[in-house]
Design a protein around this ligand. Structure first.
Ligand SMILES: CC(C)(COP(=O)(O)OP(=O)(O)OC[C@H]1O[C@@H](n2cnc3c(N)ncnc32)[C@H](O)[C@@H]1OP(=O)(O)O)[C@@H](O)C(=O)NCCC(=O)NCCS
Length: 500
């Protein structure tokens, strides 16, 4: 309970029920509502309840909330909630106007006393609620850390000619990210989130990574915590280097983020240069001349492409993000029926099923770029690292009882109201029978029926098993192109490459 007393007034309660609004029962208004259950969902946009609010319309503020926003109007538990405990959320995660300011009575030791429409601007609340802000506020926060004032500006072209040429600041220093009991510190998570999202905003004009992506990236054990670091100029964090060491694929993954982008070219060069140095050490430790470094980004980021090229990296592979909008007429009305003998077993609750899924994943992708024979435990760690990991939405496809294919859905993009197909793989012996098409169409129907805007997936643009053609056939289209760059890390002792 917070500002409103149980059984008395719910004046400050909010509407945050996803199930309620797609049907059109709530009203969308560009004006701040006078009073009553309502929630701000965008710049000057509010959802207000019907005259008679339903239970889902009335959610109180608390300074230690039990729930948080995913997207603009979906509320999920942020932690375990006791039976009988109130469902509450922090109004700072959605409000940016003064339509509903009040004295808070939540009674939490951390209570800030007064709730206002400017709470989202407070650094301590930005850190506390990193990843839980309504998308329009996440955009504003990222923009404010890029030195931008308008959240709705369009993406500037990120050309190589808009760069600083002065060299990295002489005051530049680094510090490692802080982990407490193996978990990244909340303040550092917020800083990392700002850097990642700020770079995305600078390149593509909007946020792309979800808080899930960032949390899992920072928490997997393959992340090299000794060498990943923030870059500071004075007290300001201006960049981040994330390094991942993958002994199975024999790759050091190097991700460099610097803000404002592309105005920090020299800092970015310094970050990538350090990353390549670490990769050389990894290579030396491994004793394998096959070890390489990889980085990459959006094809639109010409400025970063020029940094990678300058440091000797070469483009090796393009990837498409493909999507189908839920309104597409190509999505069938009903989930297509399963042909005789075919079953789709949802969930991977037990270890035995997970191991079958693992085996199919490894076998189906054995010809794929970046394939490596990860042991089951590493594979499982990667698959389950995301906070919104949902094995209930993993489908194992069997034919006459024999495992044949997997289609693994993930909630990593739910924050953007999007469904995501993480993995689709069919064993060679079962290809060409329509299993992938069947699984995809069922996934599209599943997400459309959940009210998601679209279903997305990522695919190697040069996939050798016809995946791009299959995705286009079922109505998907590329919406984004990413490119991977590699560095072979050759040393003078290595034999010179033969001319091809
Ligand atoms: C890509 C893959 C999932 C396709 O599975 P599948 O069950 O054989 O595909 P389907 O039988 O449902 O194919 C449906 C349509 O896709 C297209 N398609 C599938 N494989 C194709 C191929 N090798 N070349 C060209 N088109 C192909 C066809 O248009 C086919 O339609 P058709 O019946 O009119 O010929 C499977 O080959 C696979 O597991 N590949 C390795 C893993 C992978 O790359 N996964 C996708 C990466 S994200």
């Amino acid at each position: 309970m917070s500002d409103s007393r149980r059984g008395e007034s719910y004046r400050h309660s909010r509407a945050a029920s996803a199930a309620r609004y797609p049907s059109g029962s709530g009203a969308l208004t560009p004006h701040a509502p006078v009073a009553g259950p309502s929630i701000q969902i965008d710049e000057n946009r509010y959802l207000v309840s019907d005259e008679t609010p339903e239970a889902g319309d009335m959610l109180n503020h608390s300074c230690e909330p039990s729930c948080g926003l995913v997207g603009a109007n979906v509320l999920v538990a942020m932690r375990d909630i006791e039976v009988g405990e109130d469902l509450t959320f922090g109004y700072a995660t959605c409000d940016s106007s003064d339509y509903d300011e009040f004295e808070c009575l939540c009674g939490e030791p951390s209570c800030r006393g007064v709730v206002t429409g400017l709470d989202w601007t407070k650094p301590e609340l930005q850190a506390k609620y990193a990843g839980w802000f309504s998308p329009y506020l996440s955009r504003r926060i990222a923009a404010s850390h890029c030195g931008e004032t308008s959240a709705t500006r369009s993406a500037p072209p990120v050309h190589a000619d808009r760069m600083d040429l002065a060299g990295p600041p002489t005051t530049l220093r680094t510090r490692p990210l802080i982990y407490v009991d193996g978990v990244v510190d909340q303040g550092d998570l917020a800083t990392a989130t700002r850097l990642v999202l700020g770079c995305e905003e600078a390149v593509i004009g909007r946020l792309d990574s979800s808080s899930d992506n960032i949390v899992s990236k920072l928490s997997v054990s393959s992340m090299d915590r000794d060498n990943s670091c923030f870059f500071l100029d004075g007290d300001d964090v201006v960049g981040m280097l994330l390094i991942e060491k993958d002994p199975y694929e024999m790759v050091t993954g190097v991700d460099a983020y610097t803000l404002p982008w592309p105005g920090t070219r020299e800092v970015r060069i310094e970050a990538l240069r350090r990353g390549l140095e670490v990769a050389r050490r990894h290579r030396q430790e491994s004793g394998s001349s096959e070890w390489k470094a990889r980085s990459g980004g959006y094809v639109a980021d010409e400025a970063y492409a020029s940094v990678m090229t300058e440091l000797g990296m070469t483009p090796v592979r393009r990837f498409y993000r493909m999507q189908i909008e839920s309104a597409s007429p190509l999505i069938p009305d009903e989930a297509p029926a399963l042909p005789p003998g075919v079953e789709m077993v949802p969930g991977a609750a037990d270890d035995e099923t997970r191991r079958i899924v693992y085996r199919i994943d490894r076998d189906a992708f054995s010809d794929h770029y970046g394939w490596a024979d990860y042991p089951y435990d590493d594979w499982w760690e990667h698959m389950s690292a995301s906070p919104s990991f949902t094995p209930d939405d993993w489908w194992l496809v069997t034919v006459e009882g024999e495992p044949a294919a997997i289609c693994l859905l993930g909630e990593g993009r739910a924050q953007y109201n999007e469904g995501y197909v993480m993995v689709l793989g069919v064993l060679k012996a079962f290809r060409g029978r329509g299993l992938a098409q069947l699984a995809l169409q069922r996934a599209f129907v599943h997400y459309r029926d959940l009210g998601r805007r679209a279903t997305l997936l990522g695919v190697d643009a040069t996939n050798t098993t016809g995946a791009v053609a299959l995705y286009e056939k079922v109505g998907m289209a590329p919406v984004m192109i990413m490119e991977a760059y590699e560095h072979a890390l050759l040393t003078p002792a290595d034999p010179s490459p033969r001319p091809s």
